[in-house]
Design a protein around this ligand. Structure first.
Ligand SMILES: Cc1cc2nc3c(=O)[nH]c(=O)nc-3n(C[C@H](O)[C@H](O)[C@H](O)COP(=O)(O)OP(=O)(O)OC[C@H]3O[C@@H](n4cnc5c(N)ncnc54)[C@H](O)[C@@H]3O)c2cc1C
Length: 411
């Protein structure tokens, strides 16, 4: 091109540069947040989801201000304010007698301290809210990724339905059994974490006699814990009851995920817990799987986010939150003026994210042990420690809640 063609009115006019094309594999909470953030940063984004429609399991998400902040920045706040609940407090209690072990205010405290609320929200509502920020014609449903290869500066993706797509960058947001991770780093089955969850939703009008505060409660006991909080504008109470098991046989468990089985799992626990379980129509069972932290997430122009690269026990309530943070940081890295070579930029994203999520993976694992201590001296020592210095308050979690994943550190 002649330099003269670039000169207009005495200044250099750069020829229009096509935005990088980015293929996001997986339209879960992580993939869709990344898609919204990347699109808003000006990239040409397409999402490929294996399912024939956008769905999430029935259940709730406990979302700290660190993740809520990202969604407000993506201008999803109006819908969040409409659908989500702002729990007044978090209350940790003893399994049998309901004694308070620690209790802390959540709202409006989180907003006062960190400029974003703590929310509890139905997973399907959250997915719909995030999806509302992204053009539906850019989401290709029924596209199950089966293969990947590098083609010079492009990545070629192959789907089960025969479709083939190329992009400048590919992001694997395809969950704990990620195909993208398997292609990059080799196949390795996820490991059963020795825990199953009984999950259910109870219409609030059925349990008015319990006179529950609009807050979040977590009951800890020998070999298990039970969490409940409100979702869907306060119309539903979400519960998740965790118990420990040595083995997992999917068919056996799926067949028996009944209210009676959940009640049996929490035999002897406080009447409030048993009353909540009994008020549900159905109960789902969910086995927890896990992986060791990965040594790397990116290879060339392909990277990972969310459960695809850092599944974590939900005992810090941060799995989805960290997937949401990943998307924000990935977009910020790629949009930075000094972004440079895409492969290098993906490495930078990974270097920024890995220490934080690895720390949360460790804390979440440690909580499994701490929450499930048998009655006895170790449990008493834990309770005394929580009574002395609670670890769930917004102040105690400053390092977690204050963090802004949309802003890159200087340097
Ligand atoms: C019981 C329970 C309670 C939890 N509570 C909380 C909580 O309170 N707070 C919190 O922050 N986190 C919580 N979590 C963790 C949270 O649910 C996950 O960390 C989060 O959903 C991960 O999101 P993701 O987008 O990375 O993956 P996923 O939600 O697994 O999404 C992956 C998507 O990729 C698609 N996909 C998979 N393979 C392919 C393929 N080959 N091609 C195309 N598409 C594909 C899938 O269909 C899916 O839509 C909880 C988890 C559990 C099990």
């Amino acid at each position: 091109m002649f330099i003269g063609a670039l000169l207009r009115y005495g200044r250099v006019v750069m020829p229009p540069v096509a935005p990088l094309s980015i293929a996001v594999i997986g339209a879960g909470l992580g993939g869709l947040t990344a898609a919204v953030a990347l699109r808003r940063a000006g990239f040409d984004v397409q999402v490929f989801e294996q399912a024939p429609e956008l769905t999430e399991v029935g259940g709730g998400i406990n979302m700290g201000p660190n993740a809520a902040r990202v969604l407000y920045r993506l201008e999803l706040g109006d819908a969040l304010d409409r659908e989500a609940v702002r729990p007044a407090s978090t209350h940790q209690r003893r399994w049998q007698d309901g004694r308070t072990l620690q209790r802390a205010p959540l709202n409006p405290r989180c907003e006062e301290l960190y400029g974003a609320p703590h929310l509890t929200v139905h997973r399907a509502d959250l997915l719909a809210i995030i999806a509302s920020g992204f053009a539906p014609e850019r989401v290709q449903l029924g596209h199950r990724l089966v293969g990947l290869e590098g083609k010079g500066d492009r990545i070629a993706a192959r789907f089960e339905n025969g479709a083939r797509v190329t992009a400048d960058i590919l992001v694997g947001a395809d969950g704990i059994n990620s195909t993208v991770r398997a292609v990059l780093l080799g196949e390795e089955p996820a490991r059963f974490a020795g825990c199953v969850a009984y999950r259910g939703l109870v219409p609030t009008e059925r349990i008015t006699d319990l006179d529950l505060e609009l807050g979040s409660q977590s009951w800890v006991g020998p070999g298990g814990h039970f969490v409940h909080y409100f979702v869907s504008r306060g119309q539903l109470l979400n519960f998740v009851g965790w118990t420990e098991h040595d083995t997992w046989n999917r068919e056996d468990w799926t067949d028996r995920a009944t209210i009676a089985r959940a009640l049996a799992a929490f035999e002897g626990w406080h009447p409030q817990i048993r009353r909540i379980i009994a008020a549900a129509d159905t109960c789902f069972i969910w086995a927890l799987f896990d992986r060791e932290p990965l040594p790397r997430w990116s290879l060339g122009r392909v990277t990972l986010l969310g459960d695809a690269c850092h599944p974590m026990y939900p005992f810090m309530g941060q799995g989805a939150a960290q997937a949401i943070e990943d998307g924000a940081t990935l977009a910020a890295c790629l949009a930075a003026v000094d972004a440079g070579d895409p492969a290098q930029t993906l490495r930078r994203y990974e270097e920024l994210r890995r220490p934080r999520v690895t720390h949360l993976q460790e804390l979440s694992r440690a909580n499994k042990t701490r929450f499930h201590l048998p009655d006895g001296p170790a449990q008493q020592a834990r309770d005394a420690e929580w009574a002395r210095a609670g670890d769930r308050s917004p102040e105690a979690l400053r390092w977690l809640y204050e963090f802004d994943a949309t802003v890159l550190p200087r340097g």
